[in-house]
Design a protein around this ligand. Sequence first.
Ligand code: GLA
Length: 398
Amino acid sequence: MEISPDTQARKDLISTKFIEIYDNSPEIWVQAPGRVDLMGSHTDYNEGFVLTQAIDRNTWIAARPRKDGRVRICSLNAPGCSEFDLQNLTHDEATPWTNYVRGVADILQQEGYTPLGFDGLVHSTIPFGSGLSSSAALEVATATLFQALGRLQIDPVVIAKMCQRAENEFVGLNCGILDQYSSAMGKAGSVLLLDCRTITHETKPIAPGLQVMICDTRAERALTGSEYPERRAQCELGVRILTGFYPHIKNLRDATLEQLQAHQSDLDPVVFKRCHFIIAENQRVLDVAEALASGDYLEAGRLANESFAGARDLYEIVSQEMIAMQAAIMAAPGALGTRGAGAGFGGCMVAFVESGQEDTFTQYVTRHYQASTGIEPQVYPGVAADGAGILEFYNAPG
Ligand code: GLA
């Protein structure tokens, strides 16, 4: 494999730190990418669709196996190291990011696998809390490492599901499958139309002429706040009411806007707004997948803008910085449409931009967003990357 100068510099940095910390060299390197969702906010836990791609920002773990069933883990992105016994997994309050690692170890064991110990060093190019799934990338990288060290044969979809359980049950955030699935299953150069009911995907093309751009507001976002579980509970409440009228509705995926509107007066107004957004957003995922594949970029942009408006007015997950970013993006050369990535409440926006306009777009958005918020954003292409895997494994058991 050809190693780019950036990759080599990253390797050298991690190797040097690894030796400083553990007095020995790593023997195995794994990676798991972040993701950007092109359409489908909060549709995953409603058993809906998401158009998603893994990106070329990722989390690496360099590691060296241990024989005593213990894990020592440090990160170049977050302070503190943590050490634990795989037979006695507890939460770590002092270095909470290590709970993603502990959680994956816990779920693997619950599923009957035997994870082996290691000394590990994490390095990520996915900014934390930016809506690009830094947590899922750490979980999936950890699972990939345990899988390689233990020579476990685990299907990547099963990896994604176990990592989601680690986040739900060990870390305590009731997320859907989107992030872990994208990180485990991404495909270079492709977007995935993910069906969160069957947990399968179809690979979809983007016709030439359009570039996906990631525009990071760099406004911090705390997802463990009450907002995410609250949105989820509001959707579930809506489903309980709709099921009373339409027994086949098991999830918002099954409901139509007509059915919802027919029972507007039976629903709390906030619950109505939440359900309205999800049902419309779900349809937009299917529509945008078609528009992108056929090269109807005006339509794709229109759908993105509609998604943004719904996220702002109905689902209420849009922050002031996202509004400032949207204004900067939509005034920029080549912009077709934009919407929030991930859970919302800050973080990144994803923009559809005419190919060839990337540089002028980036300059314009950077200047105008910074002028209106005082925050320097980060704007870069969303390059579709492969899902998690082993980068190198010296002394791999024969
Ligand atoms: C977060 C969650 C995902 C998904 C998105 C919103 O990234 O982890 O499961 O719900 O928000 O679409």
